[in-house]
Design a protein around this ligand. Sequence first.
Ligand code: BES
Ligand code: MN
Ligand code: ZN
Length: 512
Amino acid sequence: MELKISLVTAAPLQASAEVLVLGIPSGLPFKKALAPLTKALGSALAKALKRSEFSGKKGQLCDVPVHSGSAKASRVALVGLGEPTALDGAEFRRLGARAARFARSINATTLAVGTSEVEFDGAEGLLAQGIVLGAYRFEHYRTGERVSKFPLEKAFVVTSRRSDSALKLQVADGQRIADAICLARDLVNLAPNDLYPEALADYAQKVCTERKESGLSCTVIKHAQLKQRGMNLIDAVGRGSRKPPVLIHMKYRPPGSKNEVLPKLGFVGKGLTFDTGGICIKAAPGMEEMKGDMGGAANVVALMAALAVTQPRAEVHGIIASAENMPDGDAYRPGDIFKSYQGKTVEIINTDAEGRLVLADALHYAVEQGVEVILDNATLTGACIVALGPTVSGYFSNRDELATRLGAAAGRAGEAMWHLPLVEDLREMLKSDWADLKHVGDRWGGAITAALFLREFVGETPWIHVDVAGPSMANKAYDVYAKGGTGHGVLTFLQLIDDLVKNGVSKPVAAG
Ligand code: BES
Ligand code: MN
Ligand code: ZN
């Protein structure tokens, strides 16, 4: 059953739901925020507060069982929001997610979420986003007993503001944006026997067709065509598989903007529907996780779906290079040399470094579209996870100013991303005796050499590369993310697009 989210103007305790989750600030407003609860919940509240040492600090949770009194809920949970002066939008999204997870953990099917003594512009929409992100479960392959018997069915966003049509739209849009992010999660979670390159293309096509009226369209360059065009690196990576590789090109333009000059942006994703490593085959333990090696591509699909909701004044191209990396009699091998779509020849060193190869051709394709900025995102290197841990993405850019803007976008989105350097000294590692480039350096600085390799294919176009290898999948739910595919990155990219549209793609450089 579809989750229904509605907005209610009420005192939080009046909301008719099994569970009420309330965000409570710390510091001075703490006492005041608790006042209405004290009256309704009496000693149960006092005991629960004492037991949990709850003070409204970020991340704290205080579970209050309700046996009688004037609250409609049978369970009230307080969630700490931290200092009210330091509150940002992401905290409301987190609150929504925490609330939904709490409700699910106690098999509640109805939930109300609100705050006490805090005001934040946009809070209602962000709460709705969080509720959807937190309620997400992937049950596609479950049967019988394993299907959730008590999914979250109804959620109320409780507001003190008048619920006019603008505020209702905010909540509805919040739900749709989060639903889009859940598409990325689904794609990552689908089994690789079901999600192969052409299946991913069909999915992308479906997403666009369903949102045609909102400005989305999609073309797919199939294997024969892609070979004919000279995308030899995508072909090389895909040739070991019975499932042919594809290049997916999604496009968004606001409806009715035909002759309007709009900023032109390109988002590129790595879409390895499975990565065995190819001839340089990976070890067996954990190999099943490589079904998620299309997390970057999934983010692009999700981003495009979200644009159908947010409707920015921009032309956005979503480009996905998708292949399956398999060992086979016809698979590509170390020592092979291929001419890239861009023209440079590449000597293959390790067939497990396939992501940068498919991206190289996709990046050149993006350049050909004449986009003003390119952002690629990919589950590219284990080295990036070694550097930053499993919950932080690393990003690189050939323009410092763009890197700064991406960092700010991630901050607004509440996503953990860290700027890494394109260390020029390491460029040497990509020199080949036999071709223009090798595609792999030695062990050290592996995330950096991968980024340096990609840079060879973007020419002068301002470009950002985000290595999402760590956070694209999670082994347990955290923050707004679910176990499995997370969709980490999409919120940041939406923020970046916002900034690029508002402030221009190339900010004027101060004279000096
Ligand atoms: N898809 C992997 C990177 C990866 C590893 C993503 C773990 C998510 C979790 C990528 O194709 C890969 O195999 N990279 C190699 C590159 C090496 C051979 C130069 C790596 O990181 O070991
Ligand atoms: Mn690989
Ligand atoms: Zn890979």
